[in-house]
Design a protein around this ligand. Sequence first.
Ligand code: T4K
Length: 411
Amino acid sequence: MVKRHLSQLALLGGSPAFPGKLHVGRPSVPVAENRERLMDRINGALDRKWLSNHGPLVREFEQEVARITGARHAIAVCNATQGLQIAAKACGLTGEVIVPAFTFIATAHALSWIGLTPIFADVTPETHSLDPNSIEALITAHTSAIVAVHLWGIPCPIESIGEIARRHHVQVIYDAAHAFGCSHRGRMIGSNGRAEVFSFHATKFINAGEGGVITTDDSDLAQRIRRMTSFGFTDVDCVSDLGTNAKMSEVTAAMGLTSIEMMEDIIRANRINYLTYEKELAGLSGIRLLSNDSRESRNYQYAVTEIDADQAGLSRDQLLEVLQAEGVLARRYFYPGCHRAEPYLSLQSNRERSLPVTERLSSSVLVLPAGAAVDPDEVSEVCEIIRFALKHADDLVLRSEESVTYAIHGS
Ligand code: T4K
């Protein structure tokens, strides 16, 4: 329903626009013939009685990921967090690793979990990915690597990062959790650095429920990674080195393969949603939609906005409150920045670290519902609410101040 009066906003007692909730990470699920394909695959696995340990569906999924990314090797894992840990261990990382502070906490946790120390660097305002200018000052004798993130599916400045890494003799691993189906200078993400790690979590562009894939062009590294995902086994009863269990199951691969078959449709639907946001938010003062380079392959999975409180009249958190009341579960990714989250915040060096872009983005980024499971009419309705809220920003701020006064002093 179009809101015409302030009192119709759910925040002020009106009915929510989305009583069933609109999620940022609503998964694309197979329907109709795609659902049948998924069930056929799962039935095949059940009939074969082969459910894990590098079964035929996992192998096929790996081949598909290698084909799409162009990487020579693709090793499936149970999720990207484990994938990052294994890639870092297989590369022999030690000591300190430079990472962007503006990323999902998994990037930092994966490193800490295996005893490495993440050193947080700042990001660029344009793309939100690791700023090469902030890397060099952080490199010490203890630095073994840079783990850069292709945030939102926008590739990092790969050449600059590679050049810095070469000069300082450190390795580079890419967290490509968001970047499946994305390209950089016409080449698909997957073969950069020592390895790249994709996520196939339920909320991702191509989902397998849970899941990840490590890609690399390095055959020795690929073999080491594969062993590590399976307890270090090289053969039956033969363990060559330390490993863990990070294998992907056949049912997961069945979902991943089916999602890959839906890839073109998902990109098309995502792009329509992105263009709808672009059109409907155009000209609104104080809200910027992060742009996608249309000359490159993009998966358009995230609709990322930045709210400038001075221009918009509402802060990011005030707008979020309006949206949440309407059932629009927009997200403050990646608030408050890894360096401001535990266990990193307890370290004096992180408390003192000044990362101005990360800090500004942490208080201004709002990720809106997108993905193929959201339809363009829903996107239009979200934009309608945003336009309405910004138009009545002064009244909204006044009312929220009044309600705080009321709560403190009573009637
Ligand atoms: N590196 C980066 C840069 C990452 O962003 C991530 C993960 C990783 C590494 C690690 O990848 P994995 O180990 O997960 O493979 C979500 C995802 O759980 C997480 O995978 C993702 N990044 C991150 C950006 O988003 P949360 O904490 O936002 O919450 P979650 O998963 O509970 O749900 C997000 C929204 O989606 C909610 O509104 C609920 C909705 N949802 C979720 C699921 C699982 C659904 O509608 N259906 C569902 O099945 O982390």
